[in-house]
Design a protein around this ligand. Structure first.
Ligand code: CDP
Length: 225
């Protein structure tokens, strides 16, 4: 049976890691909606557009041609923007610092939400983001809200960056994540908030495998695994 799984939560909670593993386990598609907002931010920065200039961002949104590829061998959909696959260029510090401002833009959100709903309409998909369970797919079959303490989320992101060879201070990462969470949670449109019917999972003291097992146990309860 065709199922839709929504996974929301703050920065660094482990949504994308868990979503990838779950997609592999269930053989579902996985769409990282944050990557869509990141792709627009990346293009805006590349074109030298003032991120705070709403009119310019709307103009940009009208000229963007975004395509989401069918899932690759790891079930991941790539983001093609104006003919270019930017998927692997989106997790930079510059994008991190500017994406929440772009994500506040009404025209951009409307465009992204419509695309996301279209992609989800054929089912068997895991979508992660901030507003999937609340706005994009309020009728999703399963909704999870994955979180962890700020300290733990910062530590995980710091470790990830260090493994990539980047020298960053833990305190700086913690400050940036806290700021992005604040912006995402307090914005007017589709703020980051747990859907009332979402299952809350605090991963502060859980391993990746334990989180995955927890999600699967909820899905299994209904005989879907
Ligand atoms: O991986 P991480 O949690 O750090 O971020 P992400 O999922 O790539 O999302 C980047 C940013 O995009 C978020 O901080 C939000 O500002 C925005 N976003 C959003 O507004 N709505 C979504 N459904 C997904 C992301």
């Amino acid at each position: 049976m065709s199922k839709v799984i929504a996974i929301d939560g703050p920065a660094g909670a482990g949504k994308s890691t868990i979503s990838r593993l779950l997609a592999r386990k269930l053989a579902y598609r996985y769409l990282d909606t944050g990557a869509m907002y990141r792709a627009i931010t990346y293009l805006a920065l590349e074109e030298g557009i003032d991120i705070h200039d709403t009119e310019e961002i709307v103009k940009l949104s009208k000229k963007i041609e975004m395509q989401i590829t069918p899932p690759d061998e790891n079930h991941i959909s790539h983001i093609i923007i104006n003919g270019r696959d930017v998927t692997d260029s989106l997790r930079t510090k510059e994008v991190d610092l500017n994406v929440s401002t772009v994500a506040k833009n009404k025209a951009i959100r409307e465009l992204m939400t419509e695309m996301q709903r279209n992609i989800a309409s054929s089912g068997n998909i895991i979508m992660d983001g901030r507003d999937i369970g609340t706005r994009v797919l309020p009728d999703a079959d399963y909704k999870f809200f994955i979180t962890a303490s700020l300290e733990e989320r910062a530590r995980r992101r710091w470790k990830e960056l260090r493994e990539k060879g980047l020298e960053v201070s833990l305190a700086e990462i913690e400050k940036e994540i806290a700021e992005r969470d604040r912006e995402d949670s307090t914005r007017e449109l589709a703020p980051l908030v747990k859907a009332e019917d979402a299952i809350l999972i605090d991963t502060s003291n859980l391993s990746i495998q334990e989180v995955l097992d927890k999600l699967i146990s909820y899905i299994k309860d209904e005989g879907n695994v």
